[in-house]
Design a protein around this ligand. Structure first.
Ligand SMILES: Nc1ncnc2c1ncn2[C@@H]1O[C@H](COP(=O)(O)OP(=O)(O)OP(=O)(O)O)[C@@H](O)[C@H]1O
Length: 277
C-alpha cells in the first residue's frame, strides 16, 4: 500500500492551560512536532503529563492556549479558531462506545450513513472490507455483548476507519486487555495500518507496544508536557512477534524506558514534595 498523501499534522509551539482564571493547570507546554502523512506516531510519558490533552487538541475537542495545529496545510486549532472536530480526525478511546443494541455491521456503518457521506450500500461494502482485514469476517451480525473484548476494540477501530478519516487518534485503546489479546490486537492494527495507509497517533503507557507499532515515539516530560525525546523506530516492516526479540527492538525499548523512567521519577518526587507541604 502506498503511503497516504493526506493526514500530515504539524503542531507549532502548542500549550494548553486548563482553567486559566481558576486552578490554572499548565498541562502542555510549547510542544512542536510533525506527524508525516501515512506515518504512525506513538506518544508515551508519565501519567498526567498531557498526552490526552495533546490528542484532544488535534481532534478539535480542546483549544490551545498558545500555538497552532495544522492538518494538510490548514490551521485547525489555535487560540483564535473555533473548535472543529470532524470525521477527518476520528478518536478511539480506551473505554468502548459501541451501541449494544446494534449489530457489528450496523455499528460500523452508522457514522457515514448518518452523516450522509456514504449510501448504506457503500458503507456496508466498505465496512465488510475493513472488518475482514481486522479478522472479523463472519461476525457482522453479532451484537457487541456476544463477542470478546478484543473483538469489540477492533470493531471500534474499524468503525473509525470506515469514516475514511485523514488521521486516526487512538487513546490507549488496548489498555484494558490482557497481554495475549493485546499482542493479537497489535498484529491486526498493523495489518489495518498497512492496508489503509492512514496517519495514526497512538497514546500508550506500554513502551513495548509503542516501539513495536510506531515509526516514531514521542516521549513527553512530566507535566507540563513538553517534548523530551523523539525516538526514530527504524525496525523494518512488516513487523511480527520475532521483531520483539531483535537486538534493535530491545535497544530502542531501553532508550524509551530510560527517558520515561527519568520523567516518572521527577513526577513521583514532585508528588511527594506536594504531599509533604
Ligand atoms: N479539565 C481539566 N481541568 C483541570 N486540569 C485538567 C483537566 N483535564 C486534565 N487536567 C490535568 O491536566 C494534566 C494532563 O492531563 P492528561 O489527561 O492530558 O494527561 P495524560 O498524560 O493523558 O494522563 P494519563 O496518562 O494518566 O491518562 C493532568 O495533570 C490533569 O490532572
Amino acid at each position: 500500500m502506498a503511503k497516504a498523501t493526506e493526514g500530515n499534522v504539524v503542531a507549532k509551539h502548542v500549550s494548553l492551560v486548563y482553567d486559566p482564571l481558576g486552578v490554572n493547570v499548565l498541562a502542555v507546554a510549547d510542544c512542536s512536532f510533525e506527524i508525516e502523512a501515512g506515518s504512525f506516531l506513538a506518544i508515551v510519558g508519565p501519567s498526567g503529563c498531557g498526552k490526552t490533552t495533546l490528542l484532544n487538541m488535534i481532534a478539535g475537542f480542546d483549544t490551545p492556549t498558545e500555538g497552532e495545529i495544522w492538518v494538510d496545510g490548514a490551521c485547525v486549532a489555535s487560540p483564535s479558531i473555533r473548535l472543529t472536530p470532524g470525521p477527518d480526525r476520528v478518536v478511539v478511546f480506551q473505554h468502548g462506545a459501541l451501541f449494544p443494541w446494534r449489530t457489528v455491521l450496523e455499528n460500523v456503518c452508522w457514522g457515514p450513513v448518518m452523516q450522509g457521506t456514504m449510501s448504506r450500500d457503500e458503507a456496508v461494502e466498505k465496512g465488510k472490507e475493513i472488518l475482514k482485514i481486522a479478522g472479523l469476517e463472519g461476525c457482522e451480525n453479532e451484537y457487541p455483548m456476544n463477542i470478546s473484548s478484543g473483538m469489540q476494540r477492533r470493531v471500534e477501530i474499524v468503525r473509525a476507519l470506515v469514516n475514511e478519516p485523514k488521521i486516526l487518534l487512538l487513546d490507549e485503546p488496548f489498555r484494558a486487555l490482557d497481554a495475549m489479546t493485546k499482542s493479537v490486537m497489535h498484529q491486526y492494527l498493523l495489518d489495518l495500518f498497512d492496508a489503509t495507509g492512514k496517519t495514526i497517533m497512538f497514546i500508550t503507557h506500554d513502551l513495548d507496544e509503542a516501539i513495536f507499532l510506531a515509526d516514531r515515539v514521542f516521549v513527553m516530560t512530566t507535566r507540563p508536557g513538553r517534548l523530551k525525546q523523539m525516538i526514530e523506530v527504524d525496525l523494518p516492516r512488516p513487523r511480527n512477534l520475532k521483531t520483539k526479540v531483535t537486538d534493535r527492538f530491545i535497544q530502542l525499548r531501553n532508550e524509551a524506558l530510560d527517558a520515561v523512567h527519568e520523567e516518572a521519577q521527577k513526577a513521583f518526587e514532585r508528588g511527594e514534595r506536594e504531599m509533604a507541604k
